[in-house]
Ligand binder design. Sequence first.
Ligand code: DGT
Ligand code: CA
Ligand code: CA
Ligand code: ZN
Length: 587
Amino acid sequence: MARPNDEVAALFQEYADLISITGGEAYKARVYEKAARAVGGYHADVSTLDAKGLREIPGVGRSIAEKIDEYLRTGSVAAVDELRTRIPAGVRRLTAIPTLGPKKAMALYDELGIASVEELVDAIHAEKPRELKGFGPKTEQKILHGVELLRSSGDRVLLDVAMDLADEIVAELSKVSGCRRRTCAGSLRRMRETIGDIDILVAAEKSGPLMKAFTELPFVTEVIAHGPSKTSVRTDRGLAVDLRVVPPESWGAALQYFTGSKAHNIRTRELAVHQGLKLSEYGLFDAESGERIVSETEEEVYARLGLPWIPPPLREDRGEIEAGLRDELPDLVQESDLRGDLHTHTDLTDGLAPLEEMAEAAAARGYAYLAITDHGPDLYMQRMTEERMLAQREQVRKLDGAYGKRGRRRGMRLLHGVELNIGPDGEVDWPEEFLAGFDLCVASVHSHFDQSRAALTRRIVRACENPYVNVIGHPTTRLIGKRSPLDADLDEIFAACARTGTALEINSHPDRLDLRDEDILRARRHRVRFAVDSDAHAVLHLANTRYGVGTAQRGWLTKDEVINTWPETRLRRFLRKGRSSGTRRPS
Ligand code: DGT
Ligand code: CA
Ligand code: CA
Ligand code: ZN
């Protein structure tokens, strides 16, 4: 059974989309979108709340509370049903194209059965839409252009693509004389999983030279807006960039403002107003006299509002203001806290680098331990056998301790692990006798994504109950923008993890970031442990933990909740799970 909060959240998100597509008020759509997020993330089960309790959920007023009640009583909401009958799901996907209105999208769907952007592009290449009334070759071209827009600047890009470009821009701008401070702001600084546009902030007395250098960067394809304080450009990476240059004395206020999120800023401005102050990107002012109180650093701005400095990944109005006022912000896990990586591949299966290179690179990162976890035989493309696995183990044992930073008494420890495949019934690749020989087993779902919710849930819970499974790899299997998360009862899975001593992975690959931030927030209420892993298939991927840690921070995780920040002895104790020592082979 789905968690009622999730059902209601999905319903409201759909309602918001339907409102936009049918040309309803943008304001109304936003209200429902916000309610969807609030209900989805709310700690109490909505089906246990009365009307008054429902209205205590942020963003839920009388009319939304009534719709929740209607849904819980009848299983549907008349207002949503009414809009649904007007718009098929396929049409909703098409209207994401900026040059395609709902009417034409409806026609394409009704007449040609086109229900996705990809199908539409294929149809245009086959010159099919021009046969319809109201369409011609010109319309087709216009639509294609819209698809391009959607795929470039209109679309959001993955965090790593944006981060790489932003790092490059920041490095270039630091070379310009007069550049006093520079950093990225916006969603990138908050480490959101996808980025709409890059925001860069620079402090300088004179903005001219910086703006000029910025517009002349080689990857800039178009200058959208050019002014003394803000310049916006499009780039050949399919991503727009805003540069703002502020005087050094406004740095803190500007950084606070342009880091966002909008929802967080609304709350900080409210706090200011309650104290007779006014907060803007220029500073924190006395509302009456207009006198500037503070603006130079973020710390000063937050302090004057009665708050500790709030780490950017928390700035989403998910309780960080309340926690800050009580001085109860979590002490977030940092990338430097990681002592090792527990999910990596070598060229024995689908990795690119041999074991030695992976170990050397991990040691260079300063890790105290590294687990090698190549795929088991159930992913048959990987051609794994017991013999090959045991041969790798021998090599791992031989290299154990051989790599390490100079000055360390002992080199990095190598753990011999495996990434097991969780089969359709929750079974894994090998019998327990063989699994007992591994130091660590990651287990992940790689197929049969479309099972029923009950079957998927049971399947993963069964994997948790296996005494040799230590970590559930990429738990929801989502691929951002490509594959939806598994439809499983996450709360049941989280509870099973907590009960059995199984950690949940936060897979750091920028395509995955799985678990994602909201799921982490939910999982930690079950007191689950997490592993922030790279799932590296190449040496360079080891550094992706930057994104995994960012995601963990967005999920409010502290160091103690992440098993690969622990010292090796504590980690090994955790990995023994509930196993009786008698079944364990000596390694
Ligand atoms: P994105 O670009 O969609 O990934 O998300 P953000 O958060 O980077 O949003 P963006 O680029 O539109 O704006 C950057 C920040 O500037 C945003 O996080 C907060 C601030 N900001 C922009 N517009 C507004 C506004 O209308 N009100 C408030 N309070 N803040 C704003
Ligand atoms: Ca942005
Ligand atoms: Ca922006
Ligand atoms: Zn893997």
